[in-house]
Write a protein that binds this ligand. Structure first.
Ligand code: ADP
Ligand code: MG
Length: 348
């Protein structure tokens, strides 16, 4: 069989881990990224840097690959759609367009009779005045947010006024859920009603950035089953190909809500690298490239901690780890505050 070449758009840590998984499957990877210092260039076969709107560069990239996938959702829909005319883009671009926009995403989820937080679209300053009902809440930019960027917790209209929000962008105001816990479900869809699904992962965020993940999640059986069912329903409805993550909230009365969908591999699933026979990255590649589906087997319970900002420095100097601990340094050039620099998974 001739060797498959997979194109990956985006060269952060997720791109790196996808490239590593591809290598294990004897698949070549070419990564396209707008950051010339993208860390994934350390792990792929070929790296092309260019702007996501640079047609010529994009065509140069597409001509060299068999399939295209992406590691983050904020790629212009037009770019993915143009590529899809030449080579298959998976998951398909329409999925990305839907999920890029928090409002469209939440409307879609609600149409499936799945509970989300209460939300309302905010387009101009005046919109907020009648919305006491949604306070305390979190105002979020409708597009381009990640790791808590573009989010403003607000408790009163006065507080909102003092923020001087830039209304050239669209926003969504979400009612704050009194959180008991957050979990995520990672699922890989291969084809109609064909899935591999990982057990729910329990997550702790600090400053709206994921800090800890662990399996098993301490949740009741009803939530365990419902979160999996909802993840399957979402993946099926999207006719999704590849790995997808659904983030959930659990409130103090044990109600389950979908927070958001990530149409890609996910940070909370990094522990699948050490805890499962097939990790989320390999499953994504298997689905996208049409390879064999292998039944998932959990090998161990696990917990993962993200190394954020200069927390990585300590481990770069001395990485004495126990043999159940696994360090992953993303090799990002600059250490920045609130930037995910690496993670450690511990098998337990
Ligand atoms: P991002 O796209 O940055 O991941 P999220 O909407 O997932 O944005 O928000 C990040 C985190 O902020 C969540 O995981 C949760 O901890 C907290 N958060 C966001 N929205 C709410 C909400 N409506 N109620 C309670 N907590 C929230
Ligand atoms: Mg999130």
């Amino acid at each position: 069989m001739t060797q498959i070449t997979l194109g990956i758009i985006g060269g952060g840590q997720l791109g790196s881990m996808l490239a590593i998984a591809a290598k294990k499957l004897n698949i070549k990877t070419i990564i396209f990224c707008d950051d010339i210092d993208a860390p994934a260039q350390n792990f792929c076969n070929k790296f092309i840097s260019g702007n996501y709107n640079d047609k010529e560069k994009i065509v140069e990239f597409v001509n060299q690959v068999d399939f295209v996938t992406y590691e983050f959702e904020n790629i212009p829909y037009e770019t993915l759609n143009e590529i899809n005319k030449i080579k298959p883009v998976l998951p398909k671009p329409s999925v990305n367009r839907l999920i890029q926009h928090r409002l469209a995403e939440k409307d879609f989820i609600n149409k499936l009779n799945i509970r989300t937080t209460r939300y309302v679209s905010i387009e101009k300053k005046k919109d907020i005045e009648a919305l006491e009902d949604f306070l305390p809440g979190i105002l979020k930019t409708s597009t381009l947010g990640y790791d808590g960027k573009g989010q403003y917790p607000i408790t009163s209209i006065e507080e909102f006024d003092s923020l001087n929000i830039d209304f050239s962008k669209e926003y969504i105001l979400e009612k704050l859920v009194k959180l008991k816990k957050e979990i995520s479900v990672i699922i890989t869809r291969f084809n109609n009603h064909k899935y591999e699904i990982y057990e729910p992962i329990e997550n702790i965020h600090e400053d709206q950035i994921l800090k800890h993940s662990k399996i098993p999640a301490e949740i009741n059986e009803k939530i365990f089953n419902q979160s999996r069912e909802w993840a399957m329903l979402i993946a099926e409805e999207l006719k999704y190909t590849g790995t997808l993550c659904v983030e959930f909230f659990i409130d103090r009365n044990d109600n389950l809500y979908v927070n958001e969908i990530a149409p890609r591999v996910h940070n909370s699933g990094h522990l699948t690298i050490n805890a499962y026979n097939i990790n989320q990255f390999e499953n994504h590649i298997r689905a996208v490239c049409g390879l064999e589906q292998i039944p998932l087997k959990k090998l161990s319970n696990a917990k993962m901690i993200n190394l954020i900002g200069d927390q990585i420095s300590h481990y770069r100097k001395s990485s004495k780890l126990n043999n159940n601990e696994f360090l992953f340094d993303y090799l990002k050039k600059d250490i920045k505050k609130k930037r995910k620099m690496g993670h450690i998974t511990t098998l337990i």
